[in-house]
Every structure is written in C-alpha cells, then in structure tokens.
Design a protein around this ligand. Sequence first.
Ligand code: ADP
Length: 630
Amino acid sequence: MCSDMDQRSLVLIVDDDRLMRRIAAAALEPGRFRVVEAGDGREALGLAAMRPPDVVLLDALMPTMDGYECCRRLRQMPGLEQIPILMVTGVEDDESVDRAFEVGATDHITKPVKPRSLRNRVNTLIRALEVERKIRRAKREWEATFDAVGDLILLTDDLGQVVRCNRSAIERFGKGYPELIGQPLQQLLWGDQPVDLPPTPNEPVDTEFPLLTGWFRHSVFDLPSDLDGVRRVHVLRDITQQKQAEEGLRTSQVRYRRLFEEAPVMYLQLRDEFEDPIVEQVNQAFLTTLGYRKEEVLGRPLASFYDAESQQALVDGWKKSRESTVTVERKLVRSDGELIDVVLKTQPERDLNGDVVSVRAMFTDITELNQLQSKIVASQKLADLGTLAAGVAHEMNSPLQVITGMSQSLLKALDKGTLTPEKLHTNLETINRNAWRCAEIARALRTYAHSSGGTLEPLDLNVVIRDALLLTEHQLRSWSNIEIETDLFDLLPPTLCDRNQIAQVLINLLTNARDAMPDGGRITIRTHLNEDGGVSLVVADTGVGIPQTALAKIFNPFFTTKAVGKGTGLGLSIIKGIVQAHGGRIWLESTEGVGTTFFMAFPPYIADSTIPVPAEDPVGRFEEGRQTLA
Ligand code: ADP
C-alpha cells in the first residue's frame, strides 16, 4: 500500500437527523476514522457504491428507505458482504433487534447513543474486521498455493474421510469437489480392494492405485491434533514418467544383455587390468564354441584363450583396441586343446565423458572357411597339374624324338660303316642337348610336384619363376600373339616361400593377363630388390585394364567379369591369401585400354626365421589403386 494513501477506516453514518450524525461523527477518534454522512438510505447506497465503507452506522427508522431495507441492499453490494454494519434502533425491543440481524446487521445499539460506548463499539468492530481481513488474505494465499501444487493433496479426518483436497486432486479423480468431500480416501484410491500396506507417516511408498492411472509416491503427514477435524495430509506425487524412464532403461539393458547373450557370434566384454585385457562378460556362443563353463572364463586374461602366436600379437593389439575399432585374425584354444581360426573385431566402449570403460570383442569362427579355401587352392593346383601334365608330355616328346631319331641314325651309320667322327660328334652333341632339356623338365616337374603345400623354404624367386614358366611353356606358346618377356634381377637374395604357391600365383596372373588381351599383347615378368632387402615380383600386361568401379572389388572372392564357366572369381582372392601368408603385400595399377600391373612385395628373408612377419593386419583392408613400390 502506498504511504501517501489515507489509511484511516471509512465510516458511513446514515441518519435523517443531522444532529445525530454530527454527534456520532464527533464520537469517533479523528486519527483513526474518516466520516462520510448520508441523510437517507438511498443516498447511503449511492455513496457506498462510489466508495465502499469499512463500517456503516445505520439508523433503523428513516423516511423513504428505512435502515433495514438499506442494510439488506448494502449487504448485496460486492465487497460489502462482510463489513460491520451497526444498526441504531430506537427501542430495545426484540422485534427490532431480530429484524436488524435478519437483514444482515453485525450488531445493534439503542438510542440514545452515548458517544463513548459508540466509539468503543465501532473500535471493536473495526478490530474484528481487520483480523478477519488478515485471516481471509492468509486463507486466499494458502488456497492459491494449495491449488497451484501439482501433487495431489488430500486432507483427511479421524475416519480417513476427505475433508479438503486441492485442484490437482479434483482433476485427477475426475470428480467434483463436493463429491470428493466426505469420501473415505481408501475407497477413492483402492476401491474395494484390500490395501496391502498403507503408508505410514514420513515413509513414502511408490505405488500404483487401482482407481488412478500412473505411478505415485504416496506420503502421509500427521497434523497437530488441535486442527479440529483434520488429522492427516496425503500427498500423491505422480512419478509415472520417472518410472517409465527407469523401466525403459531396464528394458533396454535387458534387451542389450539378451542380444549379447544370445547372439550367434562369440562375444567378450573386456576390461583393462594393468595393460592386460581381462574377461568381464562372456556370451553363450563363446562358451559353446570353445567348450568352457562361464566361471572358467570370467575374470581370466584374454591371452589365456590364445595360441602362442596370437598371444604375441595381443601385446600391441590391445593398446590399439582401446583407441579404435580393430579387426585381426587370431587363433583361439578350445578347452580340448584344439585351435580354431577366428576373425576378431574389437570396439571400445566409452562412458558419457568419452573415457573408455571396456572393450567389446566379437569373434567369428573362420576355421571352416580357411579349410575350404585351402581345399580350393589344392583343387585348383590339381587342375593346373592336369593341364601341366599334357603340356609337359608334349614338351618332353620332342627332345625324346630327337634323341631316339639321332641314336637310330647313328646306329644305322655304324652298321653301314658310314659313321664319320664329325657326324658322331654333332649327333652326340644334339642328343646331349636334348637329354639335358629332358632332365631339366623332369627336375622342374619333380620340384613342383614334390613340394607339399605350406612348406616355406628360402628360395631364389627367379628360379621358381623360371621353373613355372618352363613347365607352362608349351601352354604359353599356344597363346596366339602373346609375347612373354622376363626381366629378372640376377642378384636376388633368397625369399622364404612355397614353390608351389608362388608358381600358382604366377600362372593365375598370366592366365588373367591372357584373358585381358584377346587380340594379343605383351606380358612382362619382372623381379627386383626392394630397399628393405625384400624381393618384388611384378606382372604387367598390355590388356584392356580394369574399370575404376571394379578396382575395389577385384580381390573379393567370386568377383568375376568373365562368362559362366570361364571364371570363378577366386583367382585373385587366392593370390592375395598366398601373398599375405608369405608376409607380403599385393597391389595393382591399371589404366583402361593401356594395361594392368600387379605388384607383389615379399619381406626380406632372415636366416633363422620360419614364419614370415606379416606386413599388415591380415584381415585388414587391402591395398588397391595406384601406389608405388615401398
Ligand atoms: P576370374 O579370373 O576367375 O574372373 P580373378 O579373381 O582371377 O577371377 O579375377 C577377377 C576379375 O578381375 C576378372 O574377372 C577380371 O575382370 C579382373 N582382372 C583380373 N586380372 C586382370 C587383368 N590382368 N586385366 C584386366 N582385368 C583383370
């Protein structure tokens, strides 16, 4: 309230007797009251409408509109329902007094009015009015607060019946306020169902009620006993969303767990312990495939499931796994000691801060795939040997014919006595040359046939290449218009390799090159020494080249552009496997219409090593496109 506003109470004195009005006005303390006067009921109503008074002194008997009628009308005016109206009656008879109260007077006083008692009476009424106003304001504030709260609040009495409730309760119960009041709260919440555990004061219970939708946190507070009738406050806080969020989280955790548990691939969840991966979680597929029980796996280091080679690789691999997604090939040891080949894909799991908390490891069993691949390699080799045999037979045939022919003619000349030392010399020379040729072919064939798959020996790559070419020479010569050029570096150091497999790589590459040159062309086979001491084999053709779109797929198994029955699409994928098994790398350069060059780099041979060091992760990306030799 502004300070300059008159804070004195406004008293409306209504009397047709001017003198009486003056006396009454003089009786009031000027410091507390301001006075307005009206000569009759009508004038009083007009003044009250303009400026609502705080107290009315009203003469009962006046002409035109008497005090009773005026009082009745004043009471009907907004804001005046509660103000004190003091009726001044002429006589102290029961009828006048009753009438005064009937029309809404607060009190009455009988004439003649003594100034002192009038002042006391008005003072008392005003005090009561002020107190009441304060209470009303407090009540309004309290009610507004009560209704503004989103929680459902219900006050109950000794019998547990609702005495009062807030707007949220009215809205949620969907009933009118009068319908709720007097209802037993138990009936409202649980209906006829028995209550298992009614909440006790100060111990909230999270619960669902049969008659309300949603979840609630139900709290109960006892009230002081002097609040007549009201004993307890029930607060129902809607926690449905919180419950749903919790439930959602739980369901997704369960779903994730089940996915992990029941996935057909082997999963481990690994945590880091002093730089070692330790198994934190394991799924059923892992246990079944490897034949372990769960308790044998949990808490154990990952290394204990690896063969020696994989264990060595793990040292560096684990560091990488905690930084990014890694894919590698490993060997796992089953509980019966048998090894299985797996592709391992790891993925770090981070918390909200981005810190790695664990690493998820997924293992795919590729044992069968590997067996299949070696079977394919073997069958391809057999097929090649078949064609080789035909070629070799032909190859051997001509020198043998020369040898037999020459020997027969020598014998004849000897019989006839026409053999001259010169003829003997030249013929023997020819026989000798052709016999060596046969021996050479036989040796190459023997080394090719004898070396069993998978045997790595330090060999001169040039010799391996020459042998392979020797055995296929016949076949190659039948390729019309194709010229084969070799440029082999003479001083190559040995390369740790499998003669059979390298020959197969070469034959496959030559066959592809031939197919790329239907109208003829040139194939160049080159070897050279790399900077790191390793050896490179390069096979280049002047064929149609490979379109950019096919480059990425070229090493994929079963990728072929050849007609059905002509190509299997396995050649390059097998070549890639072989080169990698030798610790080498393969890549290519190709220009459409110009030709294709395949490069293979093998690691340097170190005298006492038997296993070539892989140049890169064996299952990782393959190098494609155009790159220069490392
Ligand atoms: P296949 O020869 O059975 O089709 P490969 O894996 O050996 O299987 O080769 C896959 C594909 O790569 C071939 O179908 C061909 O399209 C392409 N390709 C391979 N080598 C060459 C080459 N030297 N020139 C052009 N294309 C080639």
